[in-house]
Design a protein around this ligand. Structure first.
Ligand code: G3H
Ligand code: 13P
Ligand code: NA
Ligand code: ZN
Length: 324
């Protein structure tokens, strides 16, 4: 069945790699994630946001994730390591509902709350979760952009001096930190970036000094990076070449995610890159086959393109391949 993150994270921290956490809302995403994980022999976290539950229905997504384990076995993987994780849980009740309904891991995101309120809420979720063998991700520090319907113009890096107190008092199993990533396909404003020779935006580097300070405070403690899509320029170009309009979309350079993966960062969240891969393939297909209208015709290349992206992340960026 589904597993929690405990052993997986311990191994990843020790081994200097990161587990991919891919969001899913559709069957094609689920299939592509499982195919990619099986072919690369990677553990994988399949995560469901509140928005995903609203879109697809929580029960359906849960059975899809449970089905994913069976599907992985059918594809020849004897020992699939698949986590079903709640992404950005915003209340005890939502976390409890997921814990009561088969999720093996939850995130309680109290990062927008005052420090003591974040601790109290996280601790309450941890107590309930641990009684049910479910692991808990917490968050300290605020990502720039829209997170949990709370808009923040600037990011507030995680304060290294707070992490020991926070981890000890909450008992959380992993900690999402803010070191300059943000959600979506527009992670930096053009004025925050420089331009390379080709005129492409080059974002400012992540705050690795903050990450290293956190690692020194909590040696070996599992760290999570949200907002870690790299917004591949070829996908953006394909989208824009086929009627899309994504000007100046920019993400986190993969080299920096590779570096983070070697540290105590053991979970890297990727959602936007899957959206881009799907949209690019579908836009191209529609442009090239205006006479087609069977969803299977255009969802097939979309699924293949997502699978290719997932495999690339696993093998070339996070290094979680050959770990089963
Ligand atoms: O946290 C952001 C994730 O990409 C989930 O996005 O809330 O639109 O499903 P969503
Ligand atoms: P991206 O928008 O960079 O894919 O981040 C996803 C995420 O953090 C989900 O929680
Ligand atoms: Na790591
Ligand atoms: Zn996130």
């Amino acid at each position: 069945g589904l597993v929690n993150t405990k052993e997986m994270f311990a191994k990843a921290v020790k081994g200097g790699y990161a587990i991919p956490a891919f969001n899913f809302n559709t069957m094609e995403q689920m299939q592509a994630i499982v195919q990619a994980a099986v072919e690369t022999k990677s553990p994988v976290i399949m995560q469901v946001s509140k928005g995903a539950r609203n879109y697809a229905n929580g029960t359906i997504l849960r059975y899809m994730a449970q089905g994913a384990v069976e599907y992985a076995k059918e594809l020849g993987c004897a020992n699939p390591q698949i986590v079903l994780h709640l992404d950005h849980g915003d209340s005890f009740e939502l976390c409890k509902d997921c814990i009561d309904n088969g999720f093996s891991s939850v995130m309680i995101d109290g990062s927008a709350l005052p420090y003591e309120d974040n601790i109290a809420l996280t601790k309450k979720v941890v107590e309930y979760a641990h009684a049910h063998d479910v692991t808990v991700e917490a968050e300290l520090g605020v990502l720039a952009g829209v997170e949990d319907e709370v808009a923040s113009e600037v990011s507030h890096y995680t304060k290294p001096e707070e992490v020991i107190d926070f981890a000890t008092r909450t008992g959380c199993d992993s900690l999402a930190i803010s070191i300059g990533t943000s959600h979506g396909a527009y992670k930096f404003k053009p004025e925050q970036c420089t331009r390379n020779a080709q005129g492409k935006l080059v974002p400012p580097p992540l705050a690795f000094d903050v990450l290293h300070a956190i690692e020194q405070k909590l040696p070996g403690f599992p760290i999570v990076l949200h907002g870690s899509s790299s917004v591949p320029q070829d996908e953006v170009d394909t989208i824009n070449a086929h009627g899309g309009k994504l000007p100046d979309a920019v993400g986190i350079p993969e080299e920096q995610l590779r570096e983070a993966s070697r540290s105590a960062v053991c979970k890297i969240n990727i959602d936007s890159d899957s959206r881009l891969a799907m949209t690019a393939a579908i836009r191209k297909y529609f442009d090239e086959h205006p006479e087609h209208f069977d969803p299977r015709q255009y969802l097939k290349p979309a699924r293949e393109n997502m699978k290719k992206m997932y495999m690339h992340k696993i093998v070339d960026v996070l290094g979680s391949n050959d770990k089963l």
